[in-house]
Design a protein around this ligand. Structure first.
Ligand code: SF4
Ligand code: MG
Length: 332
């Protein structure tokens, strides 16, 4: 079947006074129908820019898509104008953010905002829209009707996040993009919100692209995980393979830095060094300055992404031998 989303060799650069930032630099990413895909990396790796590119929300200029395509439901989003994108946003592709107050209007009640969102895209009566609003609120775990008459500031952070998910899901989009949806919440609420997203995914068949800096967050949620570093895919694998058998030194570092419940007292591992300046990427492998396995070749040549196992790809010279053993260089 055709994927819901297929990003092909996307290059999105920012042309600034200080120079060119290659924020997304040859990204391939697919999301199948009903799939939950995690897009993971440190801040500045290009994951949020990718989500804005899908939504058509990258300011141009200074941003510019210089290569590649974003195919959604059979059409290339990079070719649509603002009006066409507006029709897709909310209805076909919805997005939720870390801070719900950026997408909830403080001046209107929850009911007003939900009903308005429904009626912008569908011709139905206010009464029918109100029923639909109550129904989706129930599905996100808010059963009391009175919430329709409340304002966002009257709700707790966790409740606001539920309302935002309700707003995103009420039109049953094909794709939900969630950018750090739980980062601002405490651990218990975080787990509840992730559970909720998973159950909505199961009930509606909505595909989810979950963007986070935290591999721990994607561990339970995602079918497939894509690790991004400096605008490129460093590693991609299904959930089980990525956690059991990470191939890329960067992924191995991220996994070591996940806090474990029984090791709370130990200092958390941090990947040494800093993310390189986007104006001044290192020659060769972009991870080389921080990589404990870096070899001579790593500082001279850029590694290609290679297949290391079924549905498992890594961009590292260490993996090239495994790739040859598997008899495949190409992502397929
Ligand atoms: Fe490290 Fe070299 Fe692999 Fe880059 S290619 S991740 S520097 S071993
Ligand atoms: Mg971000």
């Amino acid at each position: 079947a055709q994927p819901v989303l297929e990003i092909k060799h996307l290059k999105l650069h920012f042309f600034t006074d200080k120079g060119v930032v290659r924020a997304v630099d040859g990204l391939d990413l697919t999301v199948q129908k009903g799939e939950i895909v995690g897009l993971v990396g440190e801040s500045g790796c290009g994951k949020s820019v990718t989500s804005l590119a899908i939504m058509g929300l990258v300011p141009k200029p200074p941003g510019k898509i210089v290569d590649g395509s974003i195919i959604f439901a059979g059409q290339d989003l990079t070719k649509l104008n603002n009006k066409q994108m507006r029709q897709l946003r909310g209805k076909e592709i919805a997005m939720i953010f870390q801070e719900p107050m950026t997408s909830l209007n403080p001046l209107f009640t929850i009911g007003n905002q939900l009903i308005e969102a429904i009626r912008t895209h569908e011709k139905i009566s206010k009464k029918a829209a109100r029923e639909r609003a109550l129904d989706i609120l129930k599905k996100v775990g808010i059963a009391r009707e009175g919430v329709l008459d409340e304002y966002p500031h009257q709700l707790s952070g966790g409740m606001r996040q539920r309302v935002m998910i309700a707003m995103a899901m009420v039109l049953r989009p094909r794709l939900l993009i969630a950018d750090e949806p739980t980062t601002a919440l405490d651990v218990t609420i975080q787990a509840q919100i992730l559970d909720l997203m998973k159950s909505l995914n199961e009930e509606f068949g909505t595909s989810v692209l979950l963007i986070t800096h935290d591999l721990g967050v994607v561990a339970e949620m995602c079918d497939r995980i894509i690790v991004m570093y400096e605008g490129q895919v460093a590693e991609e694998a299904d959930q089980r393979r990525l956690f059991k058998n990470p191939a890329h030194p960067y992924t191995q570092g991220l996994l070591k830095s996940i806090p474990k419940l029984d090791e709370q007292k130990k200092r958390l591992y941090a990947i040494p060094g800093q993310v390189p300046s986007p104006f001044n990427l290192p020659a060769g492998c972009r991870f080389a300055p921080r990589c404990e396995f870096a070899m001579e070749i790593c500082r001279k040549e850029e590694p290609e992404i290679v297949k290391v196992d079924e549905k498992h790809f890594s961009r590292c010279f260490l993996n090239q031998k495994e790739a040859i053993d598997h008899g495949a260089h190409e992502r397929s």
